[in-house]
Design a protein around this ligand. Structure first.
Ligand SMILES: *Cc1c(COP(=O)(O)O)cnc(C)c1O
Length: 220
């Protein structure tokens, strides 16, 4: 087995263990392999090992490597997990199957317009600024009810809520809070958990975990 295949098997085993503890089905958790900063030759071994769901955080970087990889593997599912500028909405809608950073009315307007123009609906996760951090993206918690209502006035499919908890603190309380917000607002998907805490996120209900370093080793 290659390194990538070994790491992938380990992450799957960890997710399975967390699912068992939480009495959840493994099939209810999607592993997004976060391939940002890694080039096509680094990604290929994971594709060969069967991984089909990938995440990127920059539109331009993804445009450079994914069209060719997808031509060879049309069943690949691509998630945009990073911040999105409104002027990149059309490009994002053309390339990605899911968008995780929907967090403000101006972006909602831009995405709705881009999807209408493209004739293609891309499900979006609403990113929540779960730690109320001034420097971080994400919809402020106080504005979430109104923002979700605004999303629901558009045809954009609401895939769930997404968060990146504050660094250097225990993530579990933030994951639990995001799960509660989702339940309160009748939203089912939960995009939460990264290399350091994806098992915790699975125990607390994550539907999508975004794992980079644990699969690829250090940043490319
Ligand atoms: C980079 C990134 C990840 C993956 O982080 P790792 O710690 O490498 O697993 C997950 N989510 C987002 C939004 C990211 O930018």
């Amino acid at each position: 087995m290659t390194n990538a295949a070994t790491r992938l098997a380990e992450v799957h085993a960890n997710i399975a263990r967390a699912c068992k503890q939480a009495r959840r089905e493994v099939s209810d958790v999607t592993l997004i392999a976060v391939s940002k900063t890694h080039d096509a030759p680094a990604i290929q071994p994971l594709i060969d090992a069967g991984q089909r769901v990938f995440g990127e955080n920059r539109v331009q970087e993804a445009q450079g490597k994914w069209p060719a990889l997808r031509e060879a593997h049309p069943d690949i599912e691509l998630h945009l997990i990073g911040q999105l500028q409104s002027n990149k909405a059309e490009e994002a809608v053309a390339l990605f199957d899911y968008i995780h950073g929907l967090d403000r009315p101006s972006l909602l307007t831009a995405l709705a317009k881009a999807m209408d123009k493209a004739g293609r609906l891309v499900p979006c996760f609403v990113q929540v600024n779960i730690g109320d951090e001034a420097q971080k993206g994400g919809c402020p918690i106080a504005e979430l009810p109104a923002f979700l209502a605004a999303v629901r006035t558009t045809p954009i499919p609401l895939a769930g809520l997404m968060c990146i908890p504050p660094a250097d603190t225990e993530a579990a309380p933030f994951f639990a809070f995001l799960a509660k917000l989702a339940a309160d607002h009748g939203v089912t998907g939960l995009s939460m958990g990264m290399s350091g805490d994806y098992e915790t996120a699975v125990m607390l209900g994550a539907s999508h975990v975004r794992v980079g370093t644990a699969l690829f080793g250090s940043r490319g």
